[in-house]
Design a protein around this ligand. Structure first.
Ligand SMILES: [Zn+2]
Length: 329
C-alpha cells in the first residue's frame, strides 16, 4: 500500500535498488503511512520480476509469498502483545498488556535467519517498526548486526520519534524523510476517502492525512464535548475531569496539549492551529491568559503526556491538569 504523497520517494529509492545501503531509517511524523511505505518497498525489492517503475509485479512467487505473509527472506519486527504477569486471576485467560517495547528476544530471533544464505538469491530484508520502541538490550543486539553488515541484507527501520533511537543506530542508517503532503493534497485525498470536514480533521491531526482519517472515522464527539465544557463558564472542575477521563489518558492529555498550543499560537500569531472549530473560544481565552502561565501549563501537560501510560489516579491527574485552564475562561 502506497499513498499519493509517497510515489516520488518510492521511485527514487526503487531506482537505486542495486545500490542501496544496508540500513534505511524511514522517519516522519505519525499518521503519514511510513510503515505501509516500508512494507510496499520491501515487497518491491523482493519481487523477482519488478515492473519498469520499480513496483512489485504482484504475480511472481516472491510476491505471492510476501502477500501471504511468509516470504522466507523477510522478517517483520514490531510490538508484540505481552501477557500480563501480575495479578492475573488464576485459571482465567491472562489479560493482554499494551506493548510498549521491542525486546531483545525479537532481535535475537533473527540470528538463524541472518546466518543462513537467502532462499531466493535476492535481498534479505528486516523491517523494524516502530524502531524507537527497541529497548536498550534490543538496541545493542541490533547494533552488532548493523556494525557487521551482511552483503545483500537490508534493514528498514521506521520511526516517528527518531530522537528516541540510540545515536549509534541512527549513525549506521541512511535517513529517508517521509514528508507530509501539502494541505490541499491532503484535503483532496481525505475528500476522496469520503471524509466530511477534511480541513477540520486535518488540522486536528497536525497535517497528517492518515491520522486525520482515523480521527474522522472514529470520532465519538468526546473531544467536542470536552472542549465545549472547557470553554464554557458554568462547568465545574469535577465535571470537566469527569468528561476528560471518559477517554484514555494519553488521548485527553493530547487534546489538552493541542488546546494549549492553540492558545499560544492565538496569542503569538493570531490564529489557532488544531481546534479550528473552537476558534472564537480560543480567541477569548487567549486574551484572558497570561503568556507565562500558558507556557507553564504547556510544560506541565508535556510532562504528564510522557507518563500518561501509567497514571496513578486519572481523576486527580485530570483535575491538576485542568485547574490552570479555569482561570482563562
Ligand atoms: Zn513480483
Amino acid at each position: 500500500m502506497i499513498y499519493p504523497w509517497q510515489t516520488s520517494l518510492f521511485s527514487q529509492i526503487a531506482s537505486r535498488r542495486a545500490h542501496l545501503p544496508h540500513a534505511l531509517l524511514l522517519q516522519g511524523c505519525p499518521g503519514l503511512g511510513k510503515t505501509d511505505f516500508a512494507s510496499h518497498l520491501a515487497q518491491s525489492l523482493l519481487c523477482e520480476t519488478p515492473q519498469n517503475s520499480g513496483e512489485a509485479c504482484g504475480e511472481c512467487p516472491a510476491c505471492r509469498w510476501y502477500e501471504a505473509g511468509y516470504h522466507p527472506d523477510f522478517r517483520w519486527i514490531s510490538l508484540q502483545e505481552e501477557e500480563a504477569v501480575d495479578e492475573e486471576p488464576i485459571g482465567e485467560a491472562k489479560p493482554k498488556k499494551t506493548p510498549t517495547q521491542i525486546t531483545v528476544e525479537a532481535v535475537r530471533g533473527l540470528s538463524g535467519f541472518m546466518t543462513t544464505s537467502t532462499h531466493r538469491q535476492g535481498l534479505r530484508i528486516i523491517l523494524i517498526a516502530p524502531a524507537d520502541a527497541l529497548n536498550v538490550h534490543a538496541t545493542n543486539a541490533l547494533l552488532k548486526m548493523l556494525e557487521e553488515p551482511l552483503p545483500g541484507t537490508l534493514f528498514l527501520l521506521v520511526s516517528s520519534e527518531p530522537g528516541r533511537l540510540a545515536p549509534t543506530i541512527r549513525s549506521r542508517c541512511q535517513n529517508v524523510s517521509i514528508n507530509p503532503p501539502t494541505a490541499s493534497e491532503s484535503q483532496a485525498w481525505l475528500a476522496q476517502q469520503g471524509i466530511k470536514q477534511p480541513q477540520l480533521f486535518l488540522a486536528l491531526a497536525g497535517g497528517a492525512p492518515l491520522e486525520a482519517r482515523r480521527l474522522a472515522t472514529q470520532d465519538t464527539g468526546m473531544r467536542t464535548n470536552l472542549m465545549r465544557q472547557l470553554s464554557g463558564y458554568d462547568v465545574s472542575l469535577s465535571q470537566l475531569s469527569e468528561q476528560a477521563i471518559k477517554m484514555p489518558t494519553p488521548e485527553w492529555i493530547g487534546w489538552l496539549q493541542r488546546w494549549a498550543h492553540d492558545l499560544l499560537e492565538q496569542k503569538l500569531v493570531g490564529h489557532p492551529r488544531y481546534h479550528l472549530d473552537f476558534s472564537e473560544a480560543l480567541e477569548h481565552m487567549a486574551r484572558q491568559a497570561d503568556l507565562y502561565d500558558l507556557l507553564a501549563w504547556e510544560r506541565q501537560l508535556r510532562e504528564a503526556r510522557r507518563l500518561a501510560h501509567h497514571p496513578l489516579n486519572a481523576r486527580l491527574l485530570a483535575e491538576s491538569l485542568l485547574i490552570p485552564c479555569l482561570a482563562m475562561r
